[in-house]
Design a protein around this ligand. Structure first.
Ligand code: PLP
Length: 219
């Protein structure tokens, strides 16, 4: 199937209230432009260097989301233009983003990445750490960021009940924090598991290979 067919198929599967982040990592700017021309404005990349190379070559009204693990020393390269950093997994990183955003007198949207998978390999905050950071934010500690929601990745497994359990865990945390201060975005679900994520309450999904095709190398 072509990129256009893939894109339309995904869009047709998404309820109107569920946002789509088109994950374009490893794919060329020509492919991103093609999806942009179909009306997509929100794209996700997981590496700073790749994003910084692509950014000047593409339309300025794209909302870029950083979805991969971010080292504090690289925040400065994206602080001027990044719309949302979905992968905030430490207090140190949040401090750095707050500092760099301040240099441009702007607010950067943040999702706290929470570790919900049983696998050891996934980055993310423990639930208690996420609550803690959110409280500090609510108390005014990070004035140049806006924590707009949570992001999580489920275990890579065929066991649907486990995936569901992990997504539900994040949804509970989202509902809890939302009573303290309203949140907008619950980002969970990728090409293979986004329908389950939506059933569990996701209102934003991150879909890469189901739109752009398989990546040449695994990330
Ligand atoms: C690569 C990636 C995705 C998209 O994965 P696909 O399986 O290609 O849809 C989503 N979220 C994160 C954090 C990723 O790194």
């Amino acid at each position: 199937m072509s990129i256009q067919e893939n894109y339309n198929k995904i869009k047709n599967q998404l309820p109107s209230e569920v946002g789509l982040v088109a994950v374009s990592k490893t794919h060329p700017v020509s492919a991103i432009q093609e999806v942009y021309d179909l009306g997509q404005k929100v794209f996700g990349e997981n590496k700073v260097q790749e994003l910084v190379e692509k950014y000047p070559q593409l339309p300025k009204d794209i909302q870029w989301h950083l979805i991969g693990h971010l080292q504090t020393n690289k925040v400065k390269y994206i602080a001027e233009f990044i719309d949302t950093i979905q992968s905030v997994d430490s207090e140190k990183l949040l401090h750095e983003i707050n500092k760099e955003a301040g240099k441009y007198s702007r607010k950067i949207n943040i999702l706290l990445q929470v570790k919900i998978a049983e696998e050891d390999t996934k980055f993310g905050l423990e639930i208690e750490e996420a609550k803690n950071l959110f409280e500090k934010f609510v108390n005014g500690e990070f004035p140049n960021v806006e924590i707009t929601g949570l992001m999580g990745m489920a275990t890579f497994t065929e066991d649907e009940s486990q995936v569901r359990k992990e997504f539900q865990k994040l949804k509970s945390l989202f509902d809890h924090l939302n009573t303290i201060r309203p949140l907008q975005t619950l980002s969970m679900g990728m090409s293979d598991d986004f329908p389950i994520a939506i059933e569990c309450g996701a209102n934003s999904v991150r879909v890469g290979s189901a739109i752009f095709g398989r990546r040449d190398y695994s990330i």
